[in-house]
Design a protein around this ligand. Structure first.
Ligand SMILES: Nc1nc2c(ncn2[C@@H]2O[C@H](COP(=O)(O)OP(=O)(O)OP(=O)(O)O)[C@@H](O)[C@H]2O)c(=O)[nH]1
Ligand SMILES: [Mg+2]
Length: 434
């Protein structure tokens, strides 16, 4: 048993969940329905009283019958007026009837052991609970609902099929045909492509969970702070025609298409003798280095500056978007990816689209969000590649060995082949009551 709602906080309602064979009979000892029940209807809410010694209060009780429950066992849930005294009173009473408090994640662990969910689905459930942005929540719910498991199973099933075909070849070497080898080769390459795609899509996983760090950089007066304000649709940063206005790094984040984008507006980069501005320039350089993406703002109303050229060449083109700002008063053409006006809003939406394109952010793809999954898929892929190589250059034994190894590693993700230590580690991150 466990309190499914936070026990140390006062809430409108509290919920206690009991799982196992004892759950239904023991609930009858503390819950008295208003109307006598001839035959329990599962999944139906019954109104009645919680009776704990002299204490009595209105409550709801709902019973679920195994195996169609969260844990795969009989379950009873009691909903009562929130408050820790009531929760503790119920837990104490149940303990007197021999019901034990569940360990963190124990309900979900039972669900996994009773084959109600796979290990990655369990991980998805923790991630749903802990999700801090819409995109993290979407990914977690995909994993919790088995989308990742589906992809993994399709590779696993194909590996199993390949393994069976190779076993036939090993048993009847004299009957090997060119078509058999060709089919194995095609299937192995198909698994390789699937795994490769999963890994590629997953390169953005850090962005999904932690958000993206975008630094706005450029020479003084280019319009960096104006751009930040235009993106935020808020006069957040001081804007002035005096070059060197921004000194500190100004950080502000917004969610776009469900992904948290953390913008940093920085001091304009130039050679300066001003002590404070110098510190600002140094901080701007650090913000450029640590950024996932840099938006370099060029001023189209002035001719090209040496500081501008130097800055552009110091940033890796892989994480650089160059914008020409002040297109509304453009006097000079400069090399840039797109032209904008931070004051009248021209090109701002296109700029945000190119941020997504540049970072290859595809919030809709199924991705691997955990190191454990990345490691397993990477190692499976290695074994598949070894098998492809063995098929061309080595013996069928070696192909078989590598395919079997790939099969073993990939099933670690869904938990069929995960060690007790891995399982313990995953469930230790759950809260009590889940
Ligand atoms: N016409 C026009 N003026 C702009 C545009 N963007 C910025 N400005 C003006 O350019 C000047 C400098 O803008 P800021 O946003 O303060 O520039 P900055 O790059 O943050 O400057 P520092 O903080 O000094 O490095 C201000 O007078 C802005 O109003 C634009 O798109 N069009
Ligand atoms: Mg500024």
């Amino acid at each position: 048993m466990a309190c499914a709602t936070p026990i140390s906080q006062i809430g409108a309602i509290g919920i206690i969940r009991i799982s196992g064979d004892m759950s239904h009979p023991v609930s009858d000892k503390i819950f008295v329905p208003y109307q006598a029940i001839d035959k329990r209807e599962y999944g139906r809410m019954y109104l009645g009283n919680i009776v704990l010694g002299n204490f009595k209060d209105k409550a709801f009780c709902v019973w679920f019958k195994a195996p169609n429950t969260y844990t795969g066992e009989d379950i009873c849930e009691i909903q009562f007026h929130g408050g820790h005294a009531v929760s503790r009173g119920i837990l104490r009473s149940l303990a007197e009837f021999g019901i034990r408090v569940a360990r963190p994640g124990e309900f979900t662990r039972r669900a996994f052991l009773n084959r109600k969910i796979t290990l990655d689905e369990a991980e998805g459930i923790v991630d749903v609970i802990n999700a801090s942005s819409e995109s993290a929540l979407m990914q977690a719910s995909r994993m919790a609902s088995g989308e990742l498991a589906k992809e993994i199973y399709s590779c696993r099933d194909l590996l199993l099929e390949i393994s069976a075909s190779i076993d036939v070849i090993l048993d009847y070497p004299e009957e090997i045909s060119f078509e058999d080898i060709d089919k194995i080769q095609t299937d192995l390459v198909s698994v390789q492509i699937k795994l490769d795609k999963l890994l590629k899509n997953s390169s953005t996983r850090k962005y999904i969970s932690d958000g993206v760090l975008v630094t706005i950089a450029g020479t003084p007066n280019a319009g960096k702070s104006s751009l930040l304000n235009a993106i935020l649709k808020d006069e957040r940063a001081i804007v002035s025609e005096i070059p060197g206005t921004t000194r500190d790094v100004l950080r502000e984040s917004i969610e776009i298409n469900g992904i948290r984008i953390n913008f940093a507006d920085t001091a304009g980069i130039r050679e300066t003798v001003d002590t404070i501005e110098k510190i600002g320039v140094e901080r701007a350089k650090v913000a450029i280095e640590t950024a996932d993406l840099v938006i370099l703002v060029k001023d189209l109303s002035v001719s090209c500056l040496s500081d501008e050229t130097e800055l552009e060449s110091s940033i890796s083109s892989e994480k650089l978007i160059v914008v020409g700002n002040k297109v509304d008063i453009k006097k000079h053409s400069k090399r840039c990816d797109l032209e904008i006006s931070a004051t009248d809003g021209t090109g701002i939406d296109k700029l945000l689209d190119s941020v997504f394109d540049k970072l290859k952010l595809t919030p809709d793809a199924a991705i691997l969000t955990r190191d454990r999954h990345i490691a397993a898929v990477t190692n499976t892929l290695k074994s598949v590649e070894l098998a492809i190589n063995a098929l061309a250059n080595e013996t069928p034994d070696r192909v078989s060995e590598n395919v079997k190894n790939a099969f073993k590693i990939i099933t670690e993700i869904t938990g069929e082949n995960a060690s007790e230590a891995v399982i313990d580690k995953i469930f230790s991150t759950f809260c009590v009551g889940k």
